[in-house]
Ligand binder design. Structure first.
Ligand SMILES: C=CC1=C(C)c2cc3[nH]c(cc4nc(cc5[nH]c(cc1n2)c(C)c5CCC(=O)O)C(CCC(=O)O)=C4C)c(C)c3C=C
Ligand SMILES: [Fe+2]
Ligand SMILES: [Fe+2]
Length: 355
């Protein structure tokens, strides 16, 4: 008898807020060749990660984590556990959780699934959008680990759901109470990526950053274009929520210095929006399914401070979907559709490129 299961996937956090634990986490994360994509054994990469990024970043990151840490641990991991428990209560299939970096680890989750006799697995990345540095890298890691631990496991994966009507509806429903508040502007702040990753993801090399308005001009390149996908999420949200066209915009946060990242930058907008008379700001962060360091500290703490120093008056971050019932409904529907018909899932290798 076949046994199916679901594996929820996210990025992961350090074990604690201590500087050594944060260094260990950053080394694993930034050692990923799909995140810092310089040749893995190269001098340049070692210099960049171990000589520049980690020494300069670890203390600052540890301090930032301290400001959002909960008694149970990292908000990202704790909330993801709640999501797992709530989804488990809605489906007879085993539901596991794994993080790309740190714990709960992918090998541990696979071992637990194997012990339960699982032979068919649905990967559910908690990322609505494809990016080499998020969606692709976690799927590749599961495939690599499964090849060692459970070579006969049949692995399927949900498609990036950035334009899925039910996902958009969940996002709009959870944002509704905030949209009803008086505000001057809604900023869609997405995690950024280096511009280079966009062009690298376009195997035709003839669309992304080449065609004018590439992200709103239909192209097969969009299957692996993060910027086109976040643009689509935004437009679908705007249409579904009936937003005034003059009252929203897109920006990108969390960049690392060293090369151009996709623009405009969120922190620049926190300076500019008050000067343009946008004094009451709502910020939504749909690249993140779960609130984490990048939303709770970078937006809610740092961003609010920066916006107010620049003359802004009211700043509200709309919480991520987290473990809200609308999100659990979405997960449950997708799992049920997969279980019954295989719908909306496809072979895990389909969007994964050999690097
Ligand atoms: C939403 C998808 C994400 C993409 C795409 C992504 C790309 C990306 N990130 C970094 C560097 C860092 N990101 C960090 C934290 C972080 N990033 C994501 C998601 C995406 N990253 C999440 C959910 C988190 C939060 C983790 C948590 O524990 O709460 C960090 C660590 C913290 C810090 O020092 O700021 C780094 C570093 C790169 C370089 C990149 C694309 C190339
Ligand atoms: Fe990140
Ligand atoms: Fe584009």
């Amino acid at each position: 008898m076949s046994q199916s299961a679901v594996l929820l996937l996210n990025l992961g956090s350090p074990e604690s807020t201590s500087v050594p634990d944060v260094k260990r986490y950053l080394r694993e994360f930034l050692g990923d060749e799909r995140v810092i994509d310089k040749p893995a054994a190269g001098f340049l990469r070692r210099l960049l990660v171990n000589g520049i990024i980690i020494p300069f970043r670890a203390k600052k990151s540890a301090h930032a984590y301290e400001s959002v840490w909960t008694p149970e641990g990292s908000p990202l991991v704790v909330t993801s556990r709640h999501t797992q428990t709530k989804l488990q209560a809605r489906t007879p299939l085993p539901v596991e959780l794994a993080m790309n970096y740190g714990n709960p680890s992918i090998p541990d989750a696979l071992h637990r699934l194997v012990r339960q006799g699982v032979d068919r697995l649905l990967l559910f990345p908690q990322y609505p959008h494809y990016a080499m540095s998020s969606w692709e890298t976690v799927v590749v890691k599961v495939q690599r680990e499964a090849a060692k631990i459970a070579p006969d496991l049949k692995i399927e994966c949900v498609q990036p759901y950035f334009a899925d009507a039910d996902y958009i509806s969940a996002l709009v429903t959870s944002a509704r109470p905030y949209l009803a508040q008086p505000h001057d502007h809604l900023l869609f702040s997405y995690h950024g990526i280096p511009v280079r990753h966009l062009t690298k993801g376009d195997s035709s090399h003839a669309h992304c950053q080449v065609v004018p308005d590439c992200c709103t001009t239909c192209s097969p390149a969009h299957a692996t274009c993060y910027k086109a996908q976040v643009t689509r999420t935004t437009h679908e949200f705007v249409r579904a929520a009936g937003l005034d066209p003059a009252k929203w915009s897109i920006s990108f946060q969390s960049r690392i210095a060293g090369e151009p990242w996709i623009a405009p930058y969120t922190d620049h907008l926190f300076e500019e929006l008050p000067k343009a008379g946008k004094k009451r700001l709502l910020v939504i962060t749909p690249a993140f399914v779960t609130d984490c360091l990048e939303t709770l500290e970078e937006i809610r703490v740092e961003g609010a401070e920066q916006y107010k120093e620049a003359g802004g008056q009211e700043f509200t971050h709309i919480p991520c979907l987290n473990d809200q019932p609308v999100w659990i409904d979405f997960l449950e529907q997708r799992v049920r559709a997969w279980q019954q018909t295989g719908a909306l899932a496809f072979s895990a290798g389909d969007l994964v490129k050999t690097r």
